[in-house]
Design a protein around this ligand. Sequence first.
Ligand code: AMP
Ligand code: GLY
Length: 417
Amino acid sequence: MNVVLVGGGGREHALAWRIAKSPTLSRLVFTHENPGFVGLGVVDAASSIDGMVDVAVRARADLVVVGPEGPLAAGLVDRLDAVGIPCFGPSQAASRLESSKAFAKEIMAEAGVPTAGALVADLDDKASFEAAVARCRRGDVVVKADGLAAGKGVVVCASGEDAVAALLGMREAFGDAARTVVLEDLLVGPEVSLLALCDGERAVPMLSAQDHKRLLDGDQGPNTGGMGAYAPCSLVDVASFEALCEQVHVPVLRAMAARGTPFRGVLYAGLMMTPEGPRVLEFNARFGDPETQPLMVLWDEDLLPWLYGAAIGHVPSGRPRFRAGAACCVVLAAEGYPDDPHTGVVVPVGEQPTGGEVFFAGTRRVQEQLVSSGGRVLGVTGFGPDVGAARRGAYAVVDGWRFAGAQLRSDIAARAD
Ligand code: AMP
Ligand code: GLY
């Protein structure tokens, strides 16, 4: 099978590493550069949707796998469909579950999925804007830009005043992505990421994972794309994941199919386990980053039949096999991340964690050196018989990879120990 992988971050390195082990793979082509891809396939660089379609045609691709949300929201899957190339990832219409938080709320209401109460407001409409300000003043609110905002469009507000300030700042920060805002009731509880492989009808659970969204230890500091993740998460075992899939993923798939826009790809539900029960905070229409890093370390069979099956609307029957044990990814981020990451710093090459892997995110190779080129730079992913061992495996080697100014949390998966 000829496969094209779109995207060049840590998530895509983890996918590439797993796909490259597939006995059904003939050739792997990348649309983006990543030093981690060296030896796994060849690069045919593309940055536009047209360019990505051209790469897939040139590669005689049997399957295109899309990592990031941008190309999904821009309609890459629809374009590939038009030229007859199967693609793992949802159509533009189905990817609205991620690209519009207001749409996700509408589908959740329709499908009866448990989620936080919310007010959706159009900031260009005077009455709607005033209602939004009034809701913010009451406090206990989370202000969310409707559209894609690179993981930065959510402000958890400490007070009513903060919420009003966040609301007023949204438009300036995110432009049209924040013309519509979602004002959600503030919930409390631990979070869990539930990723399922979907073929439009069936949702096949992977393993539960837990991300660490805040920059600093103890869940302090600003929200980031994710500073580390581990799997499986003890809050949701295999049986509870199956049950949650029936309450969350399957009704959403039904609602999307009923609209004539079936969802194929990874449906990632971000849940908060509140005292009142699980509540969905968000959907992503793709693999999570960094959740994919531990999930791919644990995945224990040929990945391609699953991705291909989902893409063509027939995911294989049964459940995928995972290694017994756990995996834990510790992200090393650049100085200044998330606001203003400093790049161009030399990254030392340390040891690989036993049974795990170091995945490259914002890095490039300059002559013989590895140099940082983005906010999240590395995902050091340990493996072990349990979460504690996986965590120790990752932290045992991080010092060897530590570059000048590197930021990392010391408590990834610590609560699970
Ligand atoms: P989202 O992109 O919607 O998942 O939001 C990013 C992060 O903001 C989540 O992972 C939570 O930590 C936090 N968050 C989002 N919605 C809520 C909510 N309703 N209550 C409390 N925290 C939230
Ligand atoms: N780890 C969060 C995300 O992928 O959006």
